[in-house]
Each structure stands twice: as C-alpha cells, then as structure tokens.
Design a protein around this ligand. Structure first.
Ligand code: GRF
Length: 191
C-alpha cells in the first residue's frame, strides 16, 4: 500500500510515520509521497533526507482544477494521511479517496475543532477554558473541517499551570506514539 502524507509544517508526525513504515512494516506499506503547499515547510526537508518524492502543490490547481487527483492516481497512492496540513481538502479529492483520507487533530473532537482551530490556537483555547483533560483525535476527512467519523482518541491531563506550549509538547508525544500505529491498522483492513 502506498501512503501520501500531506503536511504544511515542521513535519514531526510525518517523520514518525516514515520511520515506522521503514522499520516495522516489512514492506507491506510505504510512504511513497510527501505533499506540501508550503515551499519552506520542514516536512519537505525530512522527505528529501528520507529519499521520499515530494510534491509542492499550487492553490489554484488544488481548489479550482483537478485537486491533483490524476497525479495521486498515477502514483498509485492508496491512502492519504494529513499531518498538520492546513488547507481544506477539495471535493474532487474527497470523492476520489472517500474513507481513505485521515487527519489528526490535537484535541478531543468535537470540542476545539473547526476553522481556525489548529496548532497553538487549539492549546491556547483548551488552557484558557481550564479543561482538566485534552488529547488527540484521528478521524476520517469529509467536506467539513474536523467533522468526519472518529477513528481513535487518546487523552492526556491538562495541569492547572500548563502553558499552551507545555500542553503542545504533551500532545505531540501522544500523536507520535499513536498515529503510525493507527495508520498501520487501517491499512491492514483496507481492501
Ligand atoms: C499536530 O499537532 C497536528 O495535530 C496538527 O498539526 C500539528 C503538526 O505538527 N494538525 P508536525 O508538523 O507534525 O510537527
């Protein structure tokens, strides 16, 4: 099975996923492509270092033309993993890969989701609301932000004097631990 990772940022989740499939998957699945909308994204450096092909996408084509569907099909991509990808997924891509696109969100959806809720904004909102718990949500991607069916959640505590940065670190550790394993399980059950 061929995985494409879509990411706009540093790419620490992408790194963990790539390592996981290099080291423990015995070749049954591979990260075959890293897609980014940002030429300076750290994730592109990671991909290059790992010898994984990259694709820099253009807004106009992504949203108003073919959504890069023919490119992904031509590369025989089976499954799309969003890891800190900040653009909405266009309809053409959702239709072509229905139930084959997943995302990770750094909070316990349905709380703290939706447009504008990404990265440090999420942790800030959780800390400001004095929640005692946060966590991660892995879910299918549909037409709406943070809305598709939930596949997996894991929790962690939020301490009274946490800063958003401290919480972000705890959440990242949780993401790194679980995302690769959940992806592997989903791929095992993919027809
Ligand atoms: C993660 O916290 C993920 O939940 C969110 O964006 C962040 C990406 O971090 N959607 P990284 O680029 O994988 O380090």
């Amino acid at each position: 099975k061929k995985i494409a990772i879509f990411a706009s940022g540093a790419g620490s989740n992408a790194q963990k996923i790539i390592e996981h499939f290099h080291h423990t998957n015995n070749g049954t699945a591979e990260v075959a492509l890293v897609v980014s909308n940002k030429p300076t994204a750290g994730v592109l450096w990671i991909a290059e270092k790992e010898n994984i092909p990259t694709l820099l996408i253009d807004k106009e084509r992504f949203f108003k033309e073919d959504g890069y569907v023919p490119v992904l099909l031509e590369k025989k991509i089976d499954f799309i993993v969003l890891a800190g990808f900040l653009w909405k997924i266009p309809q053409a891509l959702i239709d072509a890969y229905r139930n084959r696109i997943i995302n990770i969100h750094p909070a316990l959806l349905p709380k703290y989701g939706g447009k504008g809720m990404y990265g440090s904004f999420v942790h800030e909102a959780v800390v400001n609301a004095k929640e005692s718990e946060s966590g991660i949500t892995i879910h299918y991607v549909d037409e709406h932000y943070d809305n598709g069916d939930i596949i997996f959640q894991a929790q962690c505590p939020v301490h009274p004097f946490d800063t958003p940065e401290m919480l972000a670190e705890r959440i990242h550790a949780l993401e790194h631990k679980h995302y690769p394993v959940v992806i592997e399980e989903l791929l095992t059950n993919l027809s």
